[in-house]
Design a protein around this ligand. Sequence first.
Ligand SMILES: [Mg+2]
Length: 342
Amino acid sequence: MSDSQRLGEFDLIRRFFVRDTCTGSARRDGYGGDDPASGVALGQGDDCALLTPTPGWQLAVSVDTSLADVHFPADAPPEAIGHRALAVNLSDLAAMGASPRWYVLALTLPDIDTDWLEGFARGLHRLADHSGIRLVGGDVTRGSLSITITVHGEVPAQTALRRDGAGLDELIVVTGPVGGAHGGLRAWQSGERDDTDPLLHAYLWPSPALNAGEALRGLATSAIDVSDGVVADLAHICRASGVGARIDVEALPLYPGLAERFDEQTARQAALTGGDDYVLLCTLPEHALARAEAHLAAHDCTLTVIGRTVAEPGIHGVPTEHVGWQHFDVEPDDRSATGATS
Ligand SMILES: [Mg+2]
């Protein structure tokens, strides 16, 4: 008898995804239990979870679907697939300055492979525990491998970091090095599989900048996580805020190992347009820089100034050859908004 015949949906959820509140291990009764400290009045096992938001805070909610061989390689380690699916969602909370609270998971599987599921659940639960977010519901269906996660975070009212708050003549900063994930993707596509390699690690095991997002509340005037690439994501901020931007390409912090693996132009392109880096890209007035740096230093995170906002619309200072290979995941109207110039 195959695993898929033995394990029904509820057995599968109970075995891999329902966890004891205190021990983190699987619960046999199929109920996630309650845990007032985490705001979970009723966890998995009923028709809905019941959650208690913190008074005076706003809920930040985001959903993201990861498709096999579109957003991640289907043959990546299952631990990494679980980690990555949650990490990209957590990164959206980080970009708003929100603190992670609860998430729900809709998983579509081509077949029930218990070894794969064990790995997937391990990667997912490890990052969830590390980030302080609780799985409070889910659904499993049969089909092509697809992972949809909805995250719920909280942020004190009126302090969320948004895309539309950038002012003129402000600093543009990133909270970490960029280009690593794209370098890792290229390494994966060329057959490399050692995920201890820094670039492959950056691609398969991204780290959402949750601490940085929380630390920048009240200091950054706008923020976004770098999922589409610095140029494309900066264009989102510029359009929402009604400003332009000038980037100093030489100031971009390249991911360790990127410059050694590729020629300089490829490395700069990866840093500008590669995407999937999940650091934060923010604007802030110059007088707030020292305070922001001090807040972030407590989390071993450094800010790098990569440019300034300007009145003229578009992104300036990016040599055309540095935005050469792509923009394939940028909406058509973003191409004009980026307005790359030499
Ligand atoms: Mg985002």
